[in-house]
Design a protein around this ligand. Structure first.
Ligand code: 6PG
Length: 251
């Protein structure tokens, strides 16, 4: 496996550089299978938040194939979202649609345990509060934090070329929300309106994994290592942070 380059050593958490996007997907699928088995053994459920975008698709496809389709305890999974765009559930830009097509319809996850973010609601503030109530009802409280946020077992995140993660975009009010678990986000490209988990929720998780692939991400990674992007503020208070990069992104 390629070494972690000097300019990325300041990233918080563990950093692993893989050869290519396929190797990232293989590593992430294995990681999720292990995290699911651990959570299943200790709590009898696995609460995982997934992201949209293009990068996690290869991981979803791997999870839906051999050996994971048959080896993972899918009925213990409860699936949440890191963020969602303000579009209907069947829209081409919907994160829910993406996860549904590539994973949820291909493995025996209980549909009643899939918690879509209602980002197509008329009032996004109300929708954010509703999703926070869902998280509160499903999840145990996390480690002490500003909002006493609920603790997900795992959150899978991506990194935008501008350093955003989930729908925490540079210069937007969502970055400053410390007293809510879910809030509205505002992207710099369409679909503009979003719902997103807040830092208190992301940083309460037991495991946060970033998937970052391609040369187009290398400047954003460098800026994140310098502490200059929204992704740089992802620092689980009592959990593991892991960066799975490919050598193109690591630059
Ligand atoms: C979204 C995502 C977002 C994504 C990054 C990276 O809804 O847009 O959740 O945060 O993870 O933009 O996207 P790519 O994987 O497509 O580069």
């Amino acid at each position: 496996m390629p070494d972690v380059p000097e300019h990325l050593r300041a990233l918080h958490g563990d950093v692993v550089v893989h050869d290519d996007a396929d190797a990232i997907a293989a590593a992430c699928a294995e990681l999720l299978a292990g995290a699911s088995a651990d959570a299943c053994a200790s709590r009898g459920r696995f609460d995982v938040a997934l992201s949209g975008g293009s990068t996690p698709v290869a991981t979803f496809d791997r999870l839906a194939g051999a050996p994971y389709r048959d080896s993972i305890e899918w009925p213990v999974w409860a699936v949440y979202f890191s963020d969602e765009r303000a579009v209907p559930a069947d829209h081409a830009e919907s994160n829910y649609r993406l996860v549904r097509e590539h994973l949820l319809t291909r493995v025996p996850i209980d549909p009643d345990r899939v918690r879509r973010m209602p980002a197509d609601a008329a009032d996004l503030d109300v929708a954010a509060d509703e999703y926070a109530v869902t998280l509160h009802g499903d999840l145990p409280p996390g480690p002490a934090g500003p909002a006493g946020a609920p603790r997900l077992d795992c959150i899978v995140l991506g990194l935008g070329t501008n350093g955003h993660t989930a729908s925490l975009f540079p210069g937007t009010p969502a970055l400053n929300v410390v007293d809510r678990w879910v809030t509205r986000g505002r992207a710099d490209h369409a679909p503009f309106d979003r719902l997103t988990l807040t830092y208190p929720t992301i940083n309460a998780a037991a495991l946060v994994v970033f998937l970052v692939s391609g040369a187009g991400k290398s400047a954003a990674l460098r800026a994140t290592a310098a502490g200059a992007t929204p992704a740089a503020d992802v620092m689980p208070a009592d959990g593991r942070l892991l960066w799975l990069l490919d050598s193109a992104a690591a630059g």
